[in-house]
Ligand binder design. Structure first.
Ligand code: KIV
Ligand code: ZN
Length: 513
């Protein structure tokens, strides 16, 4: 594929995705996701906003060191300090990009920046020039371009391209545009910006009206050659364009697009599961490509058609996006090698022998309870064992729950809190309620439970239950998750996981506020 035909996939799960309330990720989690994206063949990984906090800086640094094949990008406002921090964080990268931005819409310039258009233009040019001191791969975004004045956009883009921006990204920051309008905007910019041939046009669409993917695709049809997107469509408010939808639309409708992606699409499902496991953002069953029902045929007519000839109702093959549902992969007698190999195929790598051993021990325990272990089980299991928060304050040691007809359910729990075992008990309206009250009897965290959900990972009553919780305290929100064949234990794990994340949360600057 020549580079002019290549559609560059720029993933911003680790940056814009993390701006979803409660989706914060630790450094190690970000490295795991970045490695999964690299394995999938994503061209550019936006690893974070280094100036936001020392933790964000370290995360970008760690991703820059870990990733070899993809370009690693750091976000920076059009400010010297931001650009210098991004440049420093990316020092160890094989291939580094700095993405700098400033708002260009009348409302943002007036109400947020309190700057005139000429001042904004001058700052944008200065930012691109400063970023070029660190790398010759610089991207510029006029934030809220979707509501900016067209002539001003042309002016600022011409100036930043002349200053050395090899990519100009047009964001529909508030998800306001309609597909024909947004595609038209990209086409007109490419036509009217005099030096547009010296840059790659990119788009970054938000999903407030549910149009992020449509707008991105319309832009590609009008000449955009980079799409910014996130796994599962994670992102600020209603999210960003979903990577899997953009990629599969371009792949499936090659007849209409004059470009193609260079991704290994079979890594889509493992990556989707990893991101939802880490962030606790469950994927809705009817979500395109990665939802549990995306390839399920319920009605008799459809099933009959699919059995006779798959193409009657299927436009893509489930295997091509990495679905291997209901395929028994491992069992009680599987050894370490089989376990390691299957996980490698799923794109899971262990950072140490200890991490591998603890995952293998958990696998053996699970295999004792459940005969057939599916890919989904393996992925939940490694999420549980390897995604434990660094410096866990609270650990679940044991849980005993009594649930009986006509009696009030009671729970007795032992937790290790900062290295010391502590026991607590409580009764509740159900076993989960009793368990959460027993945990609170020990830690008295003062958090509010905002969301509790349980899903079975595979089918059958011996399936593992995957529990996601969201808790908040003051203005901080985190998600936690846990999996077990016993859903009460899974619930306790999820709550403890969220509590640990809340303890590790640090103050950070939001790039767009
Ligand atoms: O939505 C947006 O405008 C952004 C920019 C920082 C590119 O995320
Ligand atoms: Zn955004």
């Amino acid at each position: 594929m020549s580079s002019s035909e290549r559609l560059i996939i720029f993933d911003t799960t680790l940056r814009d995705g993390e701006q979803s309330p409660g989706a914060s990720m630790t450094r190690d989690e970000k490295v795991r996701i970045a490695k999964a994206l690299e394995r999938m063949g994503v061209d550019v990984i936006e690893a974070g906003f280094p100036v936001a906090s020392p933790g964000d800086f370290e995360s970008v640094q760690a991703v820059a060191k870990a990733v070899k094949e993809s370009t690693v990008c750091g976000l920076a406002r059009a400010l010297d300090r931001d650009i210098d921090r991004a440049g420093e964080a990316l020092k160890g990268a094989n291939s580094a990009r700095i993405h700098t931005f400033i708002a260009t819409s009348p409302i943002h310039m007036k109400a947020k920046l309190r700057m005139s258009p000429d001042e904004v233009l001058a700052q944008a040019v200065a930012a691109v020039k400063r970023a070029r001191r660190y790398t010759d791969n610089v991207e510029f975004s006029p934030e809220d371009a979707g509501r900016s004045d067209f002539n001003f956009l042309c002016r600022i883009l011409e100036a930043v391209i002349a200053a050395g921006a090899g990519t100009v990204n047009i964001p529909d920051t508030v998800g306001y545009n309609l597909p024909h309008q947004f595609g038209g905007l990209i086409g007109r910019l490419i036509e009217q910006v005099p030096n547009s041939d010296q840059t790659v046009f990119s788009v970054h669409c938000h999903n407030d009206l549910g149009l992020a993917v449509s707008n991105s695709l319309s832009a590609v049809l009008h000449g955009a050659r980079q799409v910014e997107c996130t796994v599962n469509g994670l992102g600020e408010r209603a999210g960003n364009a979903a990577l899997e939808e953009v990629v599969m639309a371009v792949r499936t409708r090659r007849d209409l697009f004059s470009c193609d992606v260079a991704l290994d699409t079979t890594q889509i499902m493992p990556c989707s599961r990893l991101v939802s496991g880490i962030t606790g953002f469950a994927v809705q069953p009817n979500k395109a490509i990665v939802g549990a029902n995306a390839f399920a045929h319920e009605s008799g007519i459809h099933q009959d058609g699919v059995l006779k000839s798959r193409e009657t109702y299927e436009i893509m093959r489930a295997e091509d996006v990495g679905w291997s549902a209901n395929r028994m992969v491992l069992g009680k007698h599987s050894g370490r090698n089989a376990f390691r190999t299957r996980l490698q195929e799923l794109g899971v790598e262990f950072s140490s022998d200890t991490e591998f051993q603890s995952a293998f021990d958990e696998f053996k325990k699970l295999a004792d309870k459940k005969h057939e272990i599916y890919d989904e089980d393996l992925q939940a299991l490694v999420n549980d064992t390897t995604l434990a928060v660094d410096n866990e304050h609270v650990k679940l040691l044991s849980l005993r729950v009594c649930s009986e007809t006509g009696k009030v359910p009671c729970a007795e729990i032992t937790l290790e809190v900062d290295g010391k075992a502590q026991a607590g008990s409580a009764c509740g309206s159900g076993p989960v309620d009793a368990t959460y009250k027993a945990i609170e009897a020990i830690i008295d965290s003062g958090v509010t439970l905002q969301l509790y959900s349980v899903n079975n990972i595979t089918s059958g009553t011996d399936s593992q239950g995957e529990v996601a919780v969201r808790i908040s305290c003051d203005d901080r929100t985190v998600n936690g998750q846990g999996a077990d064949t016993d859903i009460v234990i899974a619930s306790a794990k999820a709550y403890v996981n969220a509590i640990n994340k809340l303890y590790t949360l640090v103050e950070r600057t939001h790039p767009q506020v």
